[in-house]
Design a protein around this ligand. Sequence first.
Ligand code: PMP
Length: 422
Amino acid sequence: LADDVFTKRKKFLGPSLFHYYQKPLNIVEGKMQYLYDESGRRYLDAIAGVVTVSCGHCHPRVLDAIMEQSKLLQHATTIYLHHAIGDFAEALASKMPANLKVVYFVNSGSEANELAMLMARLYSGNLGMISLRNSYHGGSSGTLGLTALNTWKYPIPQGEIHHVVNPDPYRGIFGSDGARYAKDVQDHIDFGTSGRVAGFIAETIQGAGGAVELAPGYLKNVYFIVRKAGGVCIADEVQSGFGRTGSHYWGFETQGVIPDIVTMAKGIGNGLPIGAVVTTPEIASVLASKIQFNTFGGNPVCSAGGLAVLRVLDEEKRQAHCADVGTHLIGRLKDLQQRYDIIGDVRGRGLMVGIEFVSDRKEKTPAKAEAAVLLEKLRELGVLVGKGGLHANVFRVKPPMCFTKDDADFLVDALEYSLAKF
Ligand code: PMP
């Protein structure tokens, strides 16, 4: 079976798809925080299909909601109304700050960010967008311009997009001084644009960039600067939302700001293709005289499934659980850091955790090759983590939100075993 998959992959699937592991995993089943390959081997999933499986693989309540809706009505498009889209939008809006109440549904994070950028440009009347170096906002042609990770450099027309200095407390040039990094945004506006901008977008905690929490005070300062220049502030919550940080439901709350537009995807669907943009009535009104059509956005099955996801996360108290398990996990990883110099940094909140490997602690030399070897070793021990960061030297631990303290111990023990044998 496995060989058959690999043959077909080579023959029919595009070369730019990348897989983890020298011999890619062929997954046949998922149950909560576990995945199973074709031989029946179980793996602890600590990356959740890239931070997407929030409630757990094949969570029974989400499955029930999908099945029930599928039997009744699978597809309608927004040229008709159906109950599921209204219920889902209402539930999502109830999770947002008071002024953010207008929801557009799309199918992915890239689409959500495309729409947010369009709204920012229409609302402000300006073209210029600002995003952070080390950011990931999508793979569509517009969002590729916003994305600024080395690995995603494509020769595409970028419009007027400015990538500003990344406010990374570990690697950034100004340490944890959020206000100082914000000055680079002002400089770009003063010297790189006409003095006006359409908008600023940032992941409130960077995901693909390696679980980087923005320096304290950064967004407060930047939002002030951007609004003064006529722009709107967009929070990309594709990875950091829905209580994963433990301390807050949304990542932007960790910086004490309220964005003008919030984009989301991944965890909102537990695996269903759902994206959403939530904004203020004023900003949404720029689309009032236009048609924003999306064939599958807000379809009945995704809406019913998404609503079930929101309910499960609430009723199973997953935010508090993430806080509890995350504190335990980060504590154990910091302890490991004391004993292994290769661990340069342990960071994160809740179940959004990064482990950065360096070959020299003082120089912070990225241990890219070592991280690649460790990724394979963890797989051999039955643990799947993500890898990212500008230098591909950061492990990302962002499991389904049902991940337990025992799972955390298993992961840390496996990592220690691998490091000890290194
Ligand atoms: N924003 C962030 C923060 C992401 O992590 C991603 C996906 N990795 C996207 C946007 C794009 O989402 P999608 O792959 O669903 O288009």
